[in-house]
Design a protein around this ligand. Sequence first.
Ligand SMILES: *Cc1c(COP(=O)(O)O)cnc(C)c1O
Length: 481
Amino acid sequence: MIGTTGLIFNEPLLWEMGAEGRTAFSIPARDVPELPLDAALTGDGPDFPDLSEPEIVRHYTRLSQWNLSVDSSMYPLGSCTMKYNPKTNERQAGLPGIADAHPLLPVALSQGLLRLMFELERWLAEITGLDAVTLQPAAGAQGELTGMLIFHAYHADLGGPRSKILIPDTAHGTNPASASLCGYAAVPVPSGPDGILDPETVARLMDDETAGIMVTNPNTLGLFEREIRRVAEIVHDRGGLVYADGANMNALLGVAHMGAMGVDVLHLNLHKTFSTPHGGGGPGAGPVCVTRALAKFLPVPRVLEKEGRFALSNDFPHSIGKLHAFYGNFGILVRAYSYILSLGSMLEQVSRYAVLNANYIKAGLRDDYHLPYDRPCMHECVFSDKRQLAYKVSALDIAKRLIDYGFHPPTIYFPLVVSGALMIEPTESESKETLDRFIEAMRAIAREAETDPELLHQAPRNAKVRRLDEVQAARKPCLMG
Ligand SMILES: *Cc1c(COP(=O)(O)O)cnc(C)c1O
């Protein structure tokens, strides 16, 4: 059985529910004199709805059922790595000694928490093949900014700040944004006909004004940058640095050594690769790993260890400073720590299955969808809507129709180098049966495109919310629900 049928509840706003005086808690009888609350909370103050506990629980549970989620179905959103998040990680992050710890606890009372950070840094260094790590950045994009600030500090330290950064045309939009936030001009590098970087092109663009390059490997076409070592050599020879956007590390865990590829700085997305829930904007964590030579620029405070005791130090005069309050999004660090600890050396299997699953989908859909770069892929595969466009069916229509079949749509219209892209990342979490169901749904949609394009233009038909008018939503956003 694939697809969706059945019951989705309508749900009013909280303000349209409940009854005056109804509450979700009871407090003991008062044994002190009654005092008037501040005027802001009475009379003309905010109009909080009066609701019972079951009303609140059902309200939010019902709203959660309006969406497809990682816990309800396969979520092949390319580049975002929406893998299943094991519940044990939540359990560890919720332990009272961890969840209730205050960031201002003295060092003597937070030895376990500091040890967790210290060990997580060591493990991430080992997994990436780099030497030193900061856990502070709150997202991949903030990791990129950290990396760019480190690039800048490095060149300034040598007495020659530079003004440009090379960025391949397959890059995620955050790469040029982070570079320009840091004052760098982003210079686009066109990829070669096989979808990867051509060292000749990099050599032509690299000069003494260029601080370095930002590369995503595997890139956003799901292809391994085979020439990465030569590219790194070219950039290093002209005094530049190599930044790796590690958002796609789910393809390489324990399999490839980013340090050996010539990478100087790399960010990880713990909320993608290391399995902490994400979506809806966070919270996340984007640790940054660097070579020994760049360690002195990392943000402070840093966790130090001496004879089994852990301490925090701000004594790093070359540091780029602080990027986040306290130590970053600590709860996310705990989930990643738990994930790594529970998998141990099996972490490598994560990437092997992720790559296998993506290639299985690629093979399963190649007869029905156009494949712009026909090479073995890494953890994601990119198709396009080229064949379906002949029937006036677009990537958007295909994506929306998948919802009727009970799957979250893939990423569409990215990477920009593929017109009408459908970027599918199944992750390692999915069983063969689920992958087969997904392939079957995609093939059914390809047939529908030929026989009943109008059906696809109307999709989704079974979801709570039908096709939205996205232009209207962008031009006249209604923020009231
Ligand atoms: C997700 C992603 C980013 C940005 O990471 P955030 O954590 O969303 O800020 C950067 N590059 C690539 C390739 C990504 O997939």
